[in-house]
Design a protein around this ligand. Structure first.
Ligand code: CUA
Length: 172
């Protein structure tokens, strides 16, 4: 069989390594493809749009409706607004080992939400609702930080997430 690389590369040893690196790329591609399909892995793509300038007029993101809600199945939904420079409400309390779905909208520019020490992190893009579902396995007080530069007050844009023992939690 004629090596198709022969026309661009004379050295057999070099061609061998080119083939090995191509094979590695193919193996990685196959592994990624397999797990994407088999485990239904995908980047967050909750393409739900909202008018950021009118959050207060929507039912879900009106000021009185923000915070922690308990769903009929026992899971929680946390509705948050990210705006320069804070998250509203500024303190949320959720029980440990409980499925929590965050629904977050920005009222102005691009923000991020990151809770160090947990797997909770997402961007909050104006015009879209960011949705993340997670479970917090350890009790304690966490900071909920903005991790996308959003202006001069970016450094002070953070709020509290308190993970409490199971029986006590559920209210914000
Ligand atoms: Cu909001 Cu940085």
């Amino acid at each position: 069989m004629v090596d198709p690389l022969k026309s661009i590369c004379e050295d057999p040893l070099e061609r061998k390594w080119v083939w090995i690196s191509l094979a590695m790329a193919v193996v990685m591609g196959v592994v990624l493809g397999y797990y994407a399909v088999a485990s239904n892995l995908h980047p967050p793509s909750n393409v739900e749009t909202i008018d950021s300038s009118r959050l207060h007029l929507t039912e879900e993101f009106a000021e009185d409706n923000l915070g922690v809600k308990t769903n009929p199945d026992g899971s929680l939904t946390v509705t948050l607004v990210a705006a320069r420079y804070g998250f509203y409400p500024p303190r949320i309390e959720v029980p440990v080992d409980t499925q929590v779905t965050f629904r977050i909208a920005s009222a102005d520019v691009l923000h991020g939400v990151h809770v160090p020490g947990t797997n909770m992190t997402t961007m909050v893009v104006p015009g879209y609702i960011s949705e993340v579902t997670t479970t917090f396995p350890r009790t304690g007080e966490y900071s909920l930080l903005c991790n996308e530069y959003c202006g001069l007050g970016h450094d002070s844009m953070w709020s509290r997430l308190v993970v409490v023992p199971k029986a006590a939690g559920g209210q914000s």
